[in-house]
Design a protein around this ligand. Structure first.
Ligand SMILES: C[S@@+](CC[C@H](N)C(=O)[O-])C[C@H]1O[C@@H](n2cnc3c(N)ncnc32)[C@H](O)[C@@H]1O
Length: 320
């Protein structure tokens, strides 16, 4: 397949236009905002059906995601209102169909429909770059097989990368798979991972001592103490374990709590955002309930991992 980079629909050396699907609170847009290197990126449009997520997104990025069910979005709805088409698609589809904690119904799970549908629409758009984020459980599933077939059919080159914030010096374990695909002559080539300053490594550095906190009651501590992961933030080796959307509501395997010298408490949503690499200027609307805030941050993506992936974009290859 031969492709030209002269039309409006393709990437220019200075700017890549992107669409963010399953945008949630916009970890991809956050990485785009934080990114200073060329080529610059612009998120033209985001898509999510969750009204709380869309409110948070809109408070931070100056545009409101298209509130639509991606199970059945049409090609026309994707393009609607865009003066130019996008050369990069970012997708974080629901992970429950493949999650080791779930039933693993894979492509049979109704929550897999949106991802399958977007893959069906892909040949109509053929963005130069495609990124997909998901849990490690997606590996060796029928969905992964289907994804590879779709990419091959559309002549994409692709790679799978496993990343965890701990690789960027962040004291949190949140391993995720990232699939990156590109249409030549564009390319994605990841640089070696950089070492981070020692000071960023202690969990205490990510906490917000002046914020109100939610303590775990003594009764609950006695009941669930043996299944909870309670970490002392002052210990140099302390690592927070992956926060899920069930953090705060479920007690088992939903993320670490803080202990040590202080009474046992939950990480606050702001502290989870700090660990995920969201900037200090990122806001959660004051009227968002605590439950909704926990659910949204627990569903989000490590921003540093996305920044790292974006550092490998090489549209320049098209112009040599
Ligand atoms: C794993 S989260 C992704 C979070 C996001 N990447 C972020 O940075 O916060 C999945 C998101 O997809 C949205 N979603 C799930 N199924 C959807 C569907 N059928 N249509 C539209 N949005 C959907 C959810 O509301 C949720 O925000």
């Amino acid at each position: 397949m031969s492709r030209s980079f002269n039309s409006e629909s393709d990437c220019s050396p200075s700017q890549i236009r992107a669409l963010e699907f399953f945008s949630g609170i916009g970890a991809f847009s956050q990485a785009v905002l934080k990114r200073k290197a060329a080529p610059t990126l612009q998120v033209l449009k985001a898509f999510d059906q969750n009204e709380h997520a869309n409110r948070v997104f809109s408070a931070n990025y100056g545009h409101t995601p298209c509130s639509v069910n991606l199970d059945s979005i049409s090609a026309a709805q994707i393009s609607k209102g865009l003066s130019a088409s996008a050369s990069l698609w970012w997708m974080s589809p629901p992970c429950t169909p493949y999650s080791r904690r779930g039933k693993r119904k894979d492509v049979e799970d109704p929550r897999a429909v949106s991802f399958l549908h977007l893959l069906d629409l892909l040949p109509q758009f053929l963005p130069s770059f495609l990124f997909i984020e998901n849990v490690e459980g997606l590996e060796n599933t029928r969905m992964e097989e289907h994804l590879f077939e779709c990419l091959e059919k559309s002549r994409y080159s692709f790679e799978k990368v496993a990343l965890c914030p701990s690789q960027f010096g962040v004291p949190m374990l949140r391993p995720r798979l990232f699939y990156m695909a590109w249409l030549q002559p564009a390319c994605i080539k990841l640089p070696p991972l950089k070492a981070v300053p020692e000071s960023e490594r202690k969990l205490a550095a990510y906490l917000e001592p002046s914020e109100p906190v939610v303590l775990l009651g003594q009764e609950e501590l006695a009941r669930y103490g043996n299944v909870l992961n309670i970490v002392d933030p002052e210990q140099p080796e302390a690592r927070a374990i992956c926060f899920t959307s069930g953090y705060f509501r479920c007690r088992k395997a939903a993320g670490s709590l803080l202990g040590g010298r202080e009474p046992v408490r939950f990480f606050s949503p702001r502290e989870i955002l700090n660990l995920l690499g969201f900037s200090k200027s990122f806001v959660l609307p004051a009227d968002l309930s605590l439950n909704a805030a926990y659910r949204l941050v627990g569903n989000s993506v490590d921003v540093r991992s996305i920044e790292y992936l974006l550092s490998g974009l090489m549209p320049e290859g098209a112009f040599t």
